[in-house]
Write a protein that binds this ligand. Structure first.
Ligand code: CA
Length: 437
């Protein structure tokens, strides 16, 4: 578990003016990672670190060999088209690189002149998925989401009996995960109008988004060797924002008995940025169960997890439409929620995933599941916000929505905010729905 150190000093400022602009959320205390190249170029993808409105080109920095020891080892791993090599090195190297970058980018650094030519404007860059994602697992860790969705199908008994004991998850699809995605509305089978009839086939009519965070695995574990809860966070590189788009009508027909399939695997959008767990150390919170809730089984319980296993990360979903963009309207805010309201912690997900010996690998992505809060305006999907499509939302410019229409663009953002500390942004997971092919 990362502890506070000099990189978290709230008084630190960067020699790059835009880093000290709270609205950007990329201060010297954040230093999120991405993979980028100059926009519309054929140059190689390479790792970068976000600072203000710029990206520090870490592959170019590595060629100048400015650091020594573990920081040098970590920086050398940034000469790759993904972050996997860095991810595989582990927390001592990640922390050493963070410290070296913090010292290089803060006010008074003797490295300013050497680094300035290696900064690329974010507005002039294009981004890639930041790691080669071998496997993607999606969990279901919001009790509020599980209860609200379960109530639509089982009003008297919304939660299944396993929910409060097992971090529920399923294996998703990695190949269709992207950044800044524009994807065609999925097509597929839907439930027959009458029982025993022929299913429908056509474009999804109940297309939805899901507000999630993504957990990027750093170091993995050998097949057959579980990761204990006390070690679990040392295997986590950082967090990103994730939109797990869902075709609700396709899902309703296909999901029994094995779970969702084509209703989920057509696209999953992440922010290009990964905020490290070390950067999030000032925003840790106790992981607690409300009175009357069962305590997790011993392998999912631990003192560190109870003391500080949760993270205070604010999430927001916004929607723009073809009409609203044409009229120059600001995007509408659909919900706000917080990761600290989740029922399971990051460490518990890693430990549970490996308790049977399943091996995680550097770059694997774990989705948290939809992160809804206890209040109606904290619901992280249209399924919840519109009560399964029964109650349309009226958008500020007059349009209504039950589910997403062609041309709709959903932007999911996350940030950490507290008095006396610079704001940390996770960037945004932005995706737009194109008409079905
Ligand atoms: Ca999901």
């Amino acid at each position: 578990m990362s502890v506070l150190n000099e990189t978290h000093d709230p008084a630190l400022r960067s020699w790059l003016a835009s880093a000290n602009d709270d609205a950007r959320g990329f201060p010297v205390q954040n230093l999120p990672y991405c993979v980028f190249r100059p926009a519309s170029s054929q140059e190689a993808w390479r790792p970068g670190a976000g600072i203000g409105d710029r990206i520090l080109d870490l592959a170019a920095l590595a060629r100048t060999q400015p650091f020594s020891g573990e920081a040098a080892r970590a920086l050398a791993a940034c000469q790759d088209s993904g972050l996997n090599t860095l991810m595989a090195l582990g927390p001592a190297c990640w922390s050493a690189l963070r410290l070296a970058l913090s010292r290089a980018l803060r006010e008074g650094s003797p490295m300013q002149q050497a680094i300035e030519p290696l900064l690329v404007a974010q507005a002039e860059a294009e981004f890639s998925v930041p790691a080669r994602i071998g496997d993607y697992t999606d969990f279901y860790i919001s009790l509020h989401h599980a209860t609200a969705v379960g109530r639509q199908f089982r009003p008297d008994n919304p939660l299944l009996p396993n929910y409060k004991w097992v971090p529920i998850g399923y294996h998703g699809r990695a190949s269709s995960i992207g950044v800044a995605q524009q994807f065609h509305r999925p097509v597929g089978q839907t439930r027959p109008a009458q029982e025993g009839g022929t299913p429908g086939f056509g474009p999804c009519a109940r297309l939805d988004y899901e507000v999630e965070l993504g957990v990027f695995i750093g170091t993995g574990n050998p097949l057959g060797r579980r990761i204990g809860l006390e070690d679990a966070e040392a295997h986590v590189f950082g967090l990103t924002v994730l939109n797990d788009w869902s075709a609700r009508d396709l899902q309703a027909w296909e999901y029994q008995p094995l779970g969702p399939f084509l209703s989920k695997n057509f696209a999953s959008t992440i922010s290009p940025w990964i905020v490290t767990l070390e950067a999030l150390a000032p925003f840790r919170a106790p992981f607690q169960r409300a009175a009357g809730e069962p305590m997790p089984l011993p392998y999912l319980s631990g003192a560190q997890n109870s003391a500080a296993g949760a993270f205070d990360v604010r999430l927001q979903a916004t929607l723009s439409t073809a009409q609203s963009r044409g009229q120059g309207e600001a995007a509408a805010t659909l919900s706000r929620s917080n990761f600290r309201d989740a029922y399971w912690s990051v460490g518990q997900l890693v430990t549970h995933h490996t308790v049977n010996g399943c091996n995680l690998q550097p770059g694997d992505l774990l989705g948290t599941g939809t992160l809804s809060g206890p209040e109606p305006d904290q619901a992280g999907s249209l399924l919840e916000l519109t009560q399964g499509g029964k109650t349309p939302l009226t958008l500020p410019w007059g349009e209504t929505r039950t589910f997403l229409q062609d041309g709709d663009e959903v932007s999911l953002g996350a940030e950490c905010v507290k008095p006396g500390y610079p704001r940390l942004s996770f960037g945004a997971a932005v995706g737009r729905v194109l008409p079905a092919l």
